[in-house]
Design a protein around this ligand. Structure first.
Ligand code: 13P
Ligand code: SF4
Length: 352
């Protein structure tokens, strides 16, 4: 996409002035105008590892959303500062599980006598205090690229899993990768007493799925898949596991953003792909692989509005401020939360 040449030049200069003192991380859903300045791009898992592996950079500028910057702050040293160029870059899915709601849910599981056999697993897309909750209660963090390994780990420690906050990633992984039945998954609704579940339902469930979802991936429907198969014969349908179960079961391949890119890299020239994930990435895939036919799975436009809040003017402002010795938009997680969230994140990083 076209970006203002004057702003491009300012970003380039500020970044050059900072040199090795700054490291810029970019999630695959970021705008092209921002991605061009990323030292590393990746999915949530890769970016968490990259943040942890940069002990020398004074500043980590995180081009992504708030929960990713929090995770970077948790995994980096005390002297390192993590900067999120726009503080309004949150995630509606992460906001669907608050700490108080999760505590209340855990109490309901305690009342039902199952908390002792339940392992909490939270998707990376959650606030630091939810990750800390999992750390304190013997649980783990997962991302879309290691959800199966995290669930294997959790089920080796308990009979049941409480999966936060994305019901779709939880259900898709449990049913399609671990062989659980749909009946073994129940949905806990934080807005209803006891999650809207009876003691018997909780007793019989193996996966207790939090009622959360991604508003971007939630827009893909099974009809989108039927429609694109009709329009493009032989098309390969490739979707993110945050899509609804009915969409994922109709697709040919499912995986994280990093997996989606790898799949396209390996695809033969001339092949056709309909990709069900955020639009900045799908458009970039089309540019990266001009010899392959890449289309968006939906007919409507679907950007992640909070990812898009990080634009070139915000990045320029963050870099120029740092170059001038002023740390802006620093993301900090308090000590106790950091301690326990780190426990859960390190369990993830240590998964086989
Ligand atoms: P991944 O990049 O880990 O697949 O995550 C997708 C996402 O929705 C991030 O917000
Ligand atoms: Fe959150 Fe979905 Fe946006 Fe990812 S794409 S940041 S899960 S709203």
């Amino acid at each position: 996409s076209a970006s203002d040449p004057a702003l491009v030049e300012r970003a380039r200069r500020a970044k050059a002035a900072l040199g090795d003192r700054v490291f810029v991380l970019g999630h695959h859903y970021q705008r092209d105008e921002v991605i061009q300045f990323a030292d590393v791009t990746g999915d949530s898992f890769k970016l968490a590892r990259e943040a942890a592996a940069r002990p020398d950079a004074e500043y980590i500028v995180f081009c992504g959303v708030h929960f990713m910057a929090e995770s970077a702050d948790i995994l980096t040293g005390d002297s390192q500062r993590v900067v999120l160029p726009d503080l309004a870059a949150g995630c509606s899915m992460a906001d669907m599980a608050t700490f108080d709601q999760v505590e209340e849910c855990w109490e309901a599981l305690e009342d039902a006598g199952i908390a002792g056999v339940t392992v909490p697993v939270t998707y990376m897309n959650s606030s630091a205090d939810i990750k800390a909750f999992c750390g304190r209660n013997g649980g783990v963090v997962c991302t879309s690229s290691n959800a199966k390994r995290a669930l294997d780990w959790a089920f080796s420690r308990g009979e049941k899993v409480l999966f936060l906050p994305d019901q779709h990633l939880g259900r898709n992984t449990a049913v399609l990768e671990m062989g659980l039945s749909l009946d073994e998954c129940v949905v806990y609704n934080p807005h209803r007493p006891n999650g809207g579940l009876t003691a018997e339902q909780l007793e019989n469930a193996k996966m207790i799925l939090w009622k959360g979802h991604c508003s971007v991936h939630g827009r893909f429907t099974p009809e989108c898949v039927d429609d694109v198969r009709e329009r493009i014969p032989g098309v390969n349908v490739l979707v993110h596991p945050e899509c609804r179960h009915e969409v994922v079961t109709k697709a040919d391949h499912v995986g994280s953003t990093e997996y989606i890119i790898k799949k396209l890299e390996e695809a033969p020239a001339g092949s056709s792909w309909a990709v069900g994930t955020e639009l900045n990435l799908v458009k970039r895939l089309g540019q990266m692989f001009p010899d392959k036919n890449v289309t968006f799975l939906d007919r409507t436009v679907c950007y992640c509005s909070t990812m898009n809040r990080i634009d070139l003017p915000h990045l320029v402002w963050a870099l120029e401020s740092l170059a001038a010795g002023q740390v802006v938009n620093q993301i900090t997680v308090d000590e106790d939360t950091t301690h326990w969230a780190k426990v859960a994140l390190e369990r993830m990083l240590a998964l086989p």
